[in-house]
Every structure is written in structure tokens, then in C-alpha cells.
Design a protein around this ligand. Sequence first.
Ligand SMILES: [Cu+2]
Length: 100
Amino acid sequence: MPNAPEAVSLPVVGMTCAACAANIERALKKLPGIGDAGVNCATNRAAVTFDHSVLDVPAIVEAIRDVGYDVIVRPGGHMTDGIWPAAIRRASSIDGCRVL
Ligand SMILES: [Cu+2]
């Protein structure tokens, strides 16, 4: 019996335009165990469904970091809006796409 797919919505930092979102989406869809990946650069969210027996959240975060962006993950796995301002300031040092 296959495992039910797990869904996460990760806060991504460093995206500046739709091409950034498309880059991340493409990288995520290459991962084994990915059901679907939708990245929204306006909300800075990556919504991913995946098979937990094949893939886990750290591997997803790693894939996003591999293409040059970052994900806000707090120890314990919970993410809150309160940590956004500092994270967004830090994101300005990430070499993302600046061309619009
Ligand atoms: Cu971009």
C-alpha cells in the first residue's frame, strides 16, 4: 500500500521574479518522490507534495539551496512569520536573478 503523499509549504528567500520560481520548480520536479511542486515568487512559497518514504523535507530544502535560494527552517520544523524580516535582509546577499 503506497504511503499517502505528504504536503509542505516552505518559505523561500531570494526569489526576485517568476524565472526564479521556475528555476526552483524545475529543480524540485527532478527529485525522486516528488508528487507536485508549485513555487510562487509573489508569496515566496514553495508548495510541495512528496512521498515521505522516498524523500524528506531536508532533501527538498537542500535542492532549493543547490539552485541558489534559501529556505527558512527553524529547528523543530516550525516556521513563523516573525523571523521573516531578518531573513529577507539576509536574502539580499543571495545571488539570485535581478533582471526583470
Ligand atoms: Cu528571478
